[in-house]
Ligand binder design. Structure first.
Ligand code: WTA
Length: 649
């Protein structure tokens, strides 16, 4: 990290206040109420979180709210609790017993609804299945499943018996599965005969077979029959889910677990090639996921809520599953591709289930923009009352499209900033209380001590860019990196003394709003000015002909770093040299000459991770004319790289 501050040039002046009708019904209704909560949390953080935690059902009360020995926090020390109990059993004594917990839609059009009672029964049975196979408290269980109901059932069953789940995204390769299983020392892999995506079958079991050749700890699998594909079941090693469930009892005690017992590990990539297993706790994580879900998504008893994220990512853990069910709210889950069989599948599902709250990623929004607004316009989206985004900065033009075409200018948008490591949303508008500005995640959640600082940890003045940090521990923070405390210390607690460093650059405007500029390693230094690549991208995307853009730095003899922009055009627009000049001029106009791209390259597609993040690292190599040396195991479509290289020739 370098010490000079980051030059931020994005200027966005539009501001949107929540409408009165929304405010009247909102969970948090005013800026004053938000500020009151912030003040309470500031004055007495332990009291603040402790009060909220009392709503959960505890098997044994805690003795101490927080024990903080930097960089290790323990929350609700001495308490015992069970996450599955709090997501399920707690609701069974209320009218929610027969309320839908999960509404699931398969890609081929099949569907399943599980009430809280149904889900509870399945979870208890599967908890017994795990125990019968010898899985014990503290054991790690790898889950490599498509987005089918068995995925949340398996997770909640692990949580019930105290096994630590480690969900591996269904798009990962056999090698990635092997490495994750080995790193966690998992004793069992739960998988399926396949999953449906874009009308085809995604194979899973074959990859597990391949992985299991080199996973000494894991020598058993449980296989869900989903696609009826032809797979090999190895006797004594592979067991069908449905066979094991037949004889399983539906009585399974929710194990009282230490507050700090790990609930799960989840692998995420860092700056090095080796993925790290982020560890989350039981009580603190549950509290964070539950409270943020309620206040940010403004959840009420009658809401039907849909988060489009795959459960293989943290967003799915916290906001398809735990945070939503802990509130007793109905969660919609969809198996397949958002544009299959037609580009309006998403909107069809919204209309079918009358979804009220919808949470997705900017990359999905941009993809949908590219397909044209006639698709959403075919559907009745009037059930929607709140929209959310997560995963990367949303460029203001995409924000406005989301607001106008999907939200019909009626629904507030919550742009939520957080990370796998934070467990729960950290910077976000509370939709009834905080006016929004397109592209800004606005303000910290009450109790979250976010700041923008320089290298030494000193707050930078409003308006200047710097490093996004957290100054105090929070309940849902990661508890470490699985098996690697050194990496935990080094990655998060070493760059800036005494604080958690997020890896992101940010700026606060004169109203204190946070503008996240992306990863600090996505920041480029052009002629002594540091620019967030996202800001240039945002300028490019604001041009009507541009669908998506990725900007990287490239060695430049004179300026140190030059700016190379990879641009995907909106459908039907032919690329050409003249357009390159137009776009360069457009960026210069939007931001200034300093940000004018030196080179524009048109590309049909950009290389992305399976969670939709553009892999700038790969683009940097291409821009510099180098062979890619880094890890590409998370790349979604390998052919994109080859095509980008061809375009060079
Ligand atoms: C980025 C996803 C801007 C950021 C929950 C962060 C965002 C990383 C936003 C974490 C947002 C996430 N605005 N940037 N609203 N949300 N990010 O671990 O760079 O997959 O550090 O967690 O995504 O990604 P992760």
């Amino acid at each position: 990290m370098e010490s000079e501050s980051i030059t931020s040039v994005l200027k966005e002046k539009r501001i949107f206040k929540p409408n009165k009708g929304f405010v009247r019904e909102a969970v948090i209704k005013s800026r004053a109420e938000y500020q009151r909560l912030c003040k309470q949390a500031e004055k007495d953080p332990e009291g603040f979180w402790g009060n909220l935690a009392r709503e959960l059902v505890w098997a044994k009360p805690w003795k101490k709210i927080l024990e903080w020995k930097l960089p290790y926090a323990k929350w609700f020390v001495g308490g015992k609790i069970n996450v599955s109990y709090n997501c399920l059993d707690r609701h069974l004594a209320t009218f929610r017993k027969n309320k839908a917990a999960l509404i699931w839609e398969g890609e081929p059009g099949d569907s399943r609804t599980l009430t809280f009672q149904d889900l509870h029964r399945e979870v208890c049975k599967f908890g017994n299945v795990l125990k019968n196979l010898g899985v014990a408290k503290g054991d790690r269980v790898a889950i490599y499943l498509p987005m089918i109901p068995e995925l949340p059932i398996a997770m909640l069953a692990c949580a019930r018996i105290g096994a630590i789940h480690s969900v591996i995204f269904g798009g990962f390769s056999a090698l990635a599965v092997r490495d994750r299983v080995n790193d966690a020392g998992a004793v069992l892999v739960i998988t399926a005969d396949g999953g449906f995506r874009k009308g085809a079958v995604v194979t899973l079991k074959e990859k597990v077979d391949e992985a299991l050749k080199e996973t000494p700890s894991a020598q058993k699998t449980i296989v869900v029959k989903r696609t009826k594909s032809d797979i090999v079941m190895q006797k004594g090693r592979d067991f069908w889910w449905h066979d094991l469930m037949v004889g399983a009892s539906d009585k399974c005690n929710a194990e009282p677990l230490d507050s700090e017992h790990p609930l799960f590990t989840l692998y995420t990539s860092g700056t090095t090639g080796k993925p790290k297993g982020v560890v989350h706790s039981t009580a603190g994580y549950l509290l964070g996921a539950m409270i943020t879900a309620r206040w940010v998504f403004d959840l009420s008893e009658i809401d039907t809520y849909w988060c489009t994220a795959d459960i293989g990512w943290v967003t799915g853990h916290s906001y398809v599953l735990y945070g939503i069910l802990a509130n007793g709210v109905t969660s919609v889950m969809y198996e397949g591709a958002p544009t299959y069989p037609a580009p309006d599948r998403i909107w069809e599902i919204v209309e079918k289930y009358k979804v009220n709250v919808f949470y997705t990623a900017p990359t999905a929004i941009r993809a949908l923009i590219k397909l044209g607004k006639e698709w959403p316009l075919r559907h009745d989206l009037s059930s929607l009352r709140l929209l959310g985004t997560v995963g990367e900065p949303i460029n203001p033009e995409a924000w406005i499209w989301y607001h106008e075409v999907i939200g019909k200018k009626r629904c507030p948008i919550v742009d939520t900033w957080w990370q796998t490591e934070t467990g729960a949303i950290m910077i976000t508008p509370l939709p009834g209380a905080i006016p929004t500005k397109p592209g800004s995640a606005t303000l910290p959640f009450p109790g979250i001590s976010a700041d923008v600082v320089d290298r030494n940890g000193k707050s930078v003045p409003l308006g200047s860019g710097g490093y996004l940090v957290m100054k105090k521990p929070w309940p849902s923070m990661l508890r470490g990196v699985w098996g690697d405390s050194e990496r935990y210390q080094k990655q998060y607690w070493s760059d800036i003394p005494g604080m958690y460093f997020t890896g992101d650059g940010a700026r606060r405007d004169k109203d204190g709003y946070f503008w996240v500029m992306g990863r600090v390693d996505d920041v480029i230094n052009v002629a002594g000015h540091r620019l967030g690549t996202m800001e240039i991208e945002s300028a490019l995307v604001s041009h009507p002909l541009v669908a998506e853009a990725a900007v990287v730095g490239c060695p430049d003899e004179i300026k140190g770093t030059g700016i190379v922009a990879f641009v995907t055009l909106a459908l039907g627009n032919p690329p050409g040299d003249k357009l390159k000049d137009v776009l360069k001029a457009h960026v210069a106009k939007e931001i200034g000459q300093i940000a004018r791209p030196d080179e524009i390259r048109f590309a049909e597609n950009l290389p992305k991770t399976r969670s939709g993040k553009i892999m700038r690292r790969l683009l940097r190599d291409i821009a510099a004319g180098q062979e890619t040396v880094g890890d590409t195991t998370t790349l979604e479509d390998y052919t994109v790289l080859a095509k980008l290289r061809q375009e060079e020739d």
